[in-house]
Design a binder for this molecule. Structure first.
Ligand SMILES: [Zn+2]
Length: 427
């Protein structure tokens, strides 16, 4: 703790240094900040936030109350205070011989946290690794966002996929508690209990599951207090089938067109689809969007991965054109968007936020909400994370420049706080 605080002192300077020396600094305050979160998209200026033992205990205008001398104060006049960011789609433990080896993963996690990301949701990988990393992040053994992860359920045909095989080394893909082939004869209460036993927060539904089985899985998961997160299309089930079944989020905006189309027509597969083409060609998805709104289902759009894909292979550019349009249509229809990258940590969630603003029409404020409150809702942690208020975890980021004025300022990180610990930025 002391080490992190020293970094903060060097960066911005503490007031009341003698008091700092007398305290364990479990309790400290930030003053002079402009507060921006889902409840303050009209920013609250010149605020003081008091943190005690990792929890925000008070928030008030600078002049409204005085603080006892025993509380060290980090003076941040002119800086911006936001909730820590949440990436709702990462993969940290899929292929241990390449980018997911331990050294690379720890380096990525360190950089993620110092960039302002305080929580991530891993959408399928080796749960044995993820459980260890999650525990180490929680207790502070590693410098990392908090890690929430999934157990994957899919139809038996999926488990020849090399990603599923590399995630279960020493075991058999399809027969692991976190990489499970499910059919109508599966003992679902046992499968869900075993998935929960891995430490997973949610079950991710993937390929080849029929709608009726999806509904049974979701019902069983809810009985056992697990969330269910869906790939938006499961070959045998449409996006609306997942939404009706009660999943809490669906991933990949591009797949929403599967609601009305079994395939993408060959004539669409060209490098650049212009706005007029998309306007004339894309199906009307308004009833799906209404259903998502009614059932409070979040869209994990994952624009970054499709953008990355288009950049690597220009013949795949149509995928990003469709993704942009589907995300924009969902946003304009009032569907809640969360910010997940799914690009193997090539760019962090700040990249997704920029794409949401520039390519899907989100306001800067709504992109901030996507990566904070909506991210917390996707992970089921909105009671403790995602906003700045008394009783919430002190997962925060301090910016030098206003992200509402320009979303790229989300990268102007001064320092990051997770569970009350202060970390220097990557700058
Ligand atoms: Zn993914």
């Amino acid at each position: 703790m002391r080490k992190h605080l020293l970094a903060a002192i060097l960066l911005v300077g503490w007031a009341r240094q003698p008091a700092l020396a007398q305290t364990t600094a479990k309790q400290f305050a930030l003053s002079g900040v402009t507060l921006i979160d889902a409840q303050h998209i009209q920013p609250a200026y010149r605020q003081t936030v008091v943190i005690n033992d990792g929890i925000i205990v008070r928030v008030f205008p600078d002049d409204a109350q005085s603080l006892p001398d025993s509380i060290p104060v980090l003076r941040l006049k002119g800086k911006f205070l936001l909730p820590g960011l949440i990436d709702t789609h990462v993969h940290l433990a899929t292929e241990p011989s390449t980018t997911n080896d331990r050294v690379s993963t720890l380096s990525v996690l360190d950089r993620m946290l110092r960039s302002g990301i305080t929580s991530v949701r891993d959408m399928a990988g080796d749960a044995r690794t993820l459980a260890g990393l999650s525990r180490d992040a929680l207790v502070g053994d590693i410098t990392s966002p908090d890690i929430y992860f999934s157990a994957l359920f899919a139809g038996p045909s999926f488990f020849k996929d090399p990603r599923s095989i590399s995630s279960v080394m020493g075991g058999v893909s399809g027969y692991m508690p976190y990489m499970r082939a499910v059919t109508d004869t599966t003992n679902l209460p046992l499968a869900v209990a075993e998935a929960k036993g891995t430490g997973a927060t949610g079950i991710k539904l993937y390929a080849d599951l029929p709608a009726a089985l999806v509904a049974r899985i979701v019902g069983t998961a809810k009985e056992q207090g697990m969330l269910v997160w869906g790939h938006a299309w499961l070959n045998q089930a449409r996006p609306s089938d997942l939404v009706k079944a009660g999943v809490s989020s669906i991933s990949h905006a591009l797949l929403l067109i599967r609601e009305t189309r079994a395939t993408i027509p060959p004539s669409w597969k060209r490098p650049r689809l212009d706005d007029q083409f998309l306007k004339d060609s894309l199906p009307d998805l308004s009833s799906l969007f209404q259903l998502m709104k009614k059932n409070n289902v979040l869209l994990d759009a994952t624009m970054a991965t499709y953008r990355q894909w288009a950049g690597q292979d220009t013949t795949m550019g149509f995928n990003y054109d469709l993704t942009k349009r589907c995300t924009k249509m969902a946003y304009l229809a009032g569907v809640k968007i969360c910010a997940g990258t799914d690009d193997d940590q090539q760019g962090f969630v700040q990249n997704e936020m920029e794409l949401l603003v520039h390519d899907a029409g989100l306001t800067t404020g709504d992109a901030i909400i996507a990566a904070t409150l909506h991210g917390a809702e996707a992970l089921g942690i909105e009671k403790t994370c995602g906003t700045i208020a008394p009783g919430k975890k002190a997962n925060l980021m301090v910016l030098d420049k206003d992200p509402l004025g320009d979303i790229k300022n989300i990268r102007s990180v001064v320092l990051v706080i997770k569970a009350g610990k202060v970390y220097s930025s990557v700058l």
